[in-house]
Write a protein that binds this ligand. Structure first.
Ligand code: CDP
Ligand code: CDP
Length: 215
């Protein structure tokens, strides 16, 4: 079984998908973490686009049982989970994710990761491109102010300070880039169920998805 959960930044995709996975006993895969890792590689090694594409094609990314993401380049493995949710990566990621060669490499890795297990995968193009034949598709949305408030709490927990205005700008800019890119833009699949989470708790969203997928 494949469940696709798409939507813009901070709409609650990862939090909700992780919990639905637990309740259904299936695997959760966070596709955005792979794109963030590509941006992290670019920033850390100050690579040109050509070098980045070559490196990503030869890299291996794998989630471990505890959900952390391991990146292997040239036989060297690094746990990148604590390094990819920074404002610097958030600012760089949309341009990296707009490159068709990067999308192809990441999409291949995501499909490979889903070959043996039932999965719930969250992202921007899961229902439209990665798994157009997914068994269930959801599209989560929320106002950009609400999403910025949520992201502010996440950053605060990491000790990162950013004003609400800066965050609304970061989120709006990323939404714009993700929706306007040529390849696999952020878009609701025609057959996805849309859930506006602006006024919903995490538990309410989980219940809606769990109810639709267990019938
Ligand atoms: O958690 P948040 O919603 O902030 O973002 P994410 O899911 O970690 O994704 C980070 C970025 O990766 C997005 O802004 C997109 O540029 C890109 N992405 C994508 O292009 N396609 C996906 N399936 C998932 C993420
Ligand atoms: O994956 P995505 O960027 O769509 O969002 P997330 O990282 O799952 O959620 C961003 C933050 O919003 C997390 O701290 C969630 O706990 C919180 N959240 C919330 O307060 N209410 C919701 N209905 C959904 C998420």
């Amino acid at each position: 079984m494949i469940i696709a959960v798409d939507g813009p930044a901070g709409s609650g995709k990862s939090t909700v998908s992780k919990e639905v996975a637990k309740r259904l006993g299936i695997t959760f895969l966070d596709s955005g973490a792979l794109y963030r890792t590509c941006a992290y590689i670019k920033l850390t090694h100050k690579m040109s686009d050509e070098e980045l594409i070559r490196t990503v094609r030869n890299a291996k990314m794998a989630f471990s049982k505890d959900g952390s993401l391991n990146l292997t380049i040239n036989d060297k493995t690094e746990n990148v989970s604590g390094k990819i949710r920074t404002p610097q990566v958030a600012e760089a990621v949309s341009s990296v994710a707009a490159m068709p060669e990067i999308r192809e490499a990441v999409t291949n890795q995501l499909r490979q990761m889903s070959e043996t297990d039932s999965v719930i995968m969250d992202g921007r193009d899961i229902g439209t491109c990665v798994f157009p034949n997914a068994d269930y598709k959801f599209y989560l949305s929320a106002s950009s102010l609400e999403r910025a408030k949520r992201r502010m709490k996440d950053y605060e927990a990491q000790g990162i300070e950013m004003s609400i205005n800066e965050l609304v700008r970061e989120i709006d800019e990323r939404d714009r880039k993700d929706s306007e890119r040529e390849h696999a833009p952020l878009k609701k699949a025609d057959d996805a169920i849309e859930i506006d989470t602006t006024h919903l708790t995490i538990e309410e969203v989980i219940s809606i998805i769990a109810a639709k997928t267990t019938n």
